[in-house]
Design a protein around this ligand. Structure first.
Ligand SMILES: Cc1cc2nc3c(=O)[nH]c(=O)nc-3n(C[C@H](O)[C@H](O)[C@H](O)COP(=O)(O)OP(=O)(O)OC[C@H]3O[C@@H](n4cnc5c(N)ncnc54)[C@H](O)[C@@H]3O)c2cc1C
Length: 102
């Protein structure tokens, strides 16, 4: 059985952000991310309908530690999903466990 100092529930924008903050600020802590879906991204992976986009600008919705560089500050869902995935890859986030049963 694995033991971790912390468990983050959900691999959406918040969970991935929390994991990065932990990696940056508490490098000696171990953690895992529990995600019920098969992919990270939360809202931005779940909803794929045409025209989906953020309401607020990504300079404020995005992570302070990874400034939004895209030209479109009001971003579409795909761009936000890619941003989350890119962030997770940059921080080499491991221990993302999928809890889906179906
Ligand atoms: C069209 C649209 C536009 C939006 N625009 C904005 C905006 O401009 N600004 C803003 O602030 N917000 C906006 N939102 C809200 C948006 O949901 C948040 O910005 C953000 O994506 C929330 O991230 P989150 O990680 O907290 O939650 P989510 O994206 O919902 O991710 C939560 C994750 O946790 C997982 N999870 C939940 N419960 C469990 C469990 N018990 N066990 C395991 N896994 C679990 C879910 O599967 C999911 O992957 C918008 C939403 C939509 C739909």
């Amino acid at each position: 059985m694995n033991h971790f100092d912390l468990v983050i529930i959900g691999a959406g924008l918040s969970g991935i952000g929390a994991a990065c903050h932990l990696t940056r600020n508490q490098p000696n802590k171990t953690f895992s991310i529990i995600e019920s879906r098969e992919a990270m991204g939360g809202t931005w992976d779940l909803f794929r309908y045409p025209g989906i986009r953020s309401d607020s600008d990504m300079h404020t919705l995005g992570y302070a530690f990874k400034p939004w560089r895209d030209k479109k500050a009001i971003a579409d869902g795909t761009a936000i999903r890619n941003y989350i995935r890119e962030t997770a890859a940059e921080y080499r986030l491991k221990n993302i466990f999928n809890t889906s049963v179906g």
